[in-house]
Ligand binder design. Sequence first.
Ligand SMILES: Nc1nc2c(ncn2[C@@H]2O[C@H](COP(=O)(O)OP(=O)(O)OP(=O)(O)O)[C@@H](O)[C@H]2O)c(=O)[nH]1
Length: 362
Amino acid sequence: MPASDEASAEIDRLAALARYDILHTAAEVEFDFLTRLAAELCHTQYAFVVFVDDRHVWAKSCFGVAEVAAMPREQDYCDLVVRSGQPLLVPDLTDDARTANLLPTLQMGFRSYAGVPLISDDGYTLGTLCVLDRQARPIDDTQLLLLQALARQTMALVELRHCKRELEANLRKLTLLANQDELTGLMNRRRLMEKLAEECARARRFQQPLGLVMLDLDHFKAVNDQWGHGAGDTVLLNTGKTILQTLRETDSAGRYGGEEFCLLLPATNLDGAATVAEILRGRLAGHPREPGSAPSHVTASFGVSATEAGETARAAVLLETADRALYRAKAAGRNRVELAPSALYSQTHPTHSPDKHSSGAS
Ligand SMILES: Nc1nc2c(ncn2[C@@H]2O[C@H](COP(=O)(O)OP(=O)(O)OP(=O)(O)O)[C@@H](O)[C@H]2O)c(=O)[nH]1
């Protein structure tokens, strides 16, 4: 093969090896079974599964020794197997012409070597399954055949491991997609509803209050109409960021609808939730619009509901009462916070007037 072809074949081989992401990974018992089996079959003291990168030979599994340091490629017999893609049998290293170049193997006390290539599905030799001994030891045809079968099993394991890791990564991505609003990174409505049910159950179990804040951006349609959908998206994105900067670690937030958001505030009663809403309202309103340029933020109207400690938290009640309060905030001029005690809250606090807690501009 011309040198340039050889170089490009090696680049492809290294890329194939990198795809498996197996170098420098910890020992895995499944590989150790295979090296043990190889040593037993060939009656050798040592067996290794190794992978060969551009400079080193890395052992993934060792039998007969706890671990071996990475060997420089050019000093290792495995490199010859990787280069040729063929088995290499050296029954007596002291009687081998190449040993002069591969002295370290001999210096480590090894006397015999038999290595077979580990070939990927797409035909790249990534490493070897090899057996070594401190005595001169020939490998017969049957042993060679079985060693090659074990090498195929080793590669099947490598492929399986690779598929499993890819599946796990995809599952993580899918779970994120299923739970996250793509634009803001907050929970999407589906996950928000799930989380609300979880928080209600927790509040009931631990007899804690639970606050819920619903907010809807004001005159958001005008941003889209005047500045385009991209500008509208930026406002939504910035709203999400401001929400996250405002909330405690134990709070959570989701996008409930187009320009509507919902905050879940565990262990927070109505007054506490109203305080959070008021802080957020002020932050969203605190971005004066530069004349002639698209807004980075717009104001929002807020509806707040909560169940107090010891009350039975119900998702539907919290949502409905917050929504009604939000409607009142819109009707009263926007950029304001309205409280709507839940049905249960008003039963236990019959004299409470939501309007006392109204706040905001306009
Ligand atoms: N840019 C952008 N706009 C969205 C998105 N989802 C919903 N919208 C827009 O949000 C706007 C909501 O308009 P309206 O329901 O009239 O509400 P508003 O203009 O905020 O008016 P008030 O709520 O009464 O203050 C509509 O123009 C929707 O197209 C989105 O993901 N990106």
